[in-house]
Design a protein. Structure first.
Length: 222
């Protein structure tokens, strides 16, 4: 006994008969369950009402609530915080906070590490998910961690490029499974962040020079 026949005999969701094909030439008769039509109607309804609407940016309050949870629960974030505290307690003396960055010099960023005030700021007006908070936080904490380290670089631009490679590799690009795509994500992000300081042509050259060495530096994760 097929499903449509069984459903009909039980008196539940009597199926509709729909003729498929050219009705003038006689089409195949198929049975369509009202459940299917209901599902289709709901799908069309939600598409019309919601459409492809993207999630709204977080408010400062929502961002702060998620931040507090991540600080407690993320092993990656906790490891970075421990590493920073071990090297230099003052590197984050002003803490970590959420704020709207529109109208500031940082308005195009997801977040930033402020070397002057020793703080990480998450730009909540660009953040729409918990994952974006965590990835941005890891990225900026990596910068905070690197600010505590010493190392030999040819120029200050090499230091900047290396820091951007590491921050992207540990942060927003880390979840990408394909190595090719992950490396592309890291390289592009590092060039975009470095070119602000030295121009695109120089940034490309310097990122290429430091890329393989810096991408293998997983500190403080070993």
């Amino acid at each position: 006994m097929d499903h449509n026949t069984r459903t009909h005999r039980q008196g539940i969701h009597k199926p509709y008969k729909v003729r498929m094909g050219d009705p003038l030439k006689g089409g195949e008769v198929r049975l369509i369950s009202p459940l299917f039509l209901l599902s289709l109607s709901l799908s069309l309804f939600y598409t019309m009402i919601i459409g492809d609407k993207q999630p709204e940016p977080y408010s400062e309050r929502k961002c702060t609530e998620e931040l507090e949870s991540i600080l407690k629960e993320s092993p990656k974030v906790r490891a970075l915080l421990y590493g920073i505290q071990t090297l230099n307690r003052n590197a984050l003396k002003s803490g970590i906070s959420c704020r709207a960055c529109k109208g500031t010099t940082q308005e195009s960023r997801m977040g930033y590490y402020d070397t002057t005030y020793k703080r990480v700021v998450l730009c909540c007006d660009h953040i729409k998910t918990r994952e974006e908070i965590e990835h941005t936080l890891v990225h900026e904490l990596t910068h905070a961690f690197d600010s505590c380290r010493t190392g030999q670089f040819k120029t200050v631009y090499h230091r900047i490029a290396c820091g951007e490679v590491r921050a992207s590799a540990l942060g927003q690009c880390a979840p990408i499974m394909s190595q090719t795509h992950r490396y592309s994500c890291i390289w592009n992000d590092a060039v975009r962040s470095t070119e602000i300081h030295c121009g695109t042509k120089t940034a490309i050259r310097i990122v290429n020079e430091v890329f393989m060495h810096c991408i293998q530096d997983k500190s403080p994760f070993h």
